[in-house]
Design a protein around this ligand. Sequence first.
Ligand code: ATP
Ligand code: MG
Length: 163
Amino acid sequence: MTEAKTSSDAENASSDVFQITKILIAYDGSQHAMKAFTAAKDLAKKYHAELVVLTAVEASPPYFLPQVPPGDEPDNRGYETDKDRKELTELVRLAKADGIDARAEVLDEGGPAIKQILDYAEQGGFDLIVAGTRGLGGFSKMLLGSVSSSLVSRVHCPVLVVR
Ligand code: ATP
Ligand code: MG
């Protein structure tokens, strides 16, 4: 009797702590991120959660100095953003076909991708953030890339890093 009460208390306590209603998947176009997207989509379906597929367009450093005179900037950033948006639209279509409430977000606010992702995640009220172990960088021998390791150490909510 006491045991039954204890286990039901434990169930209630755990569902209060970890409810997944809003998931953020950080997507950089890499195969790692694609794997993470599939995991995020499966979780969103299982928990009937909203899914936001996010790409942050990384500006070239130094972020604080104009590298060319104002007005002469090449228009690559717009092109990249359009390409990113198309890719994300396709992922959102896949998620919606699975019955998930999904939408895409492309951030192009300048500065490092990780800062844009962290700011967005803080404001968005997400219950879970999903990312790949590595991304498009791929040169270092580190197990985790700089974006995924910063997410794990700095974000307010649980992070799932998909290997
Ligand atoms: P680094 O960028 O440090 O050289 P890397 O590219 O191998 O290394 P990360 O950039 O940390 O590794 O990528 C790990 C994961 O972080 C990706 O699989 C993706 O989920 C997410 N991510 C990385 N960059 C972005 C980005 N610009 N926008 C959204 N998500 C990103
Ligand atoms: Mg990277």
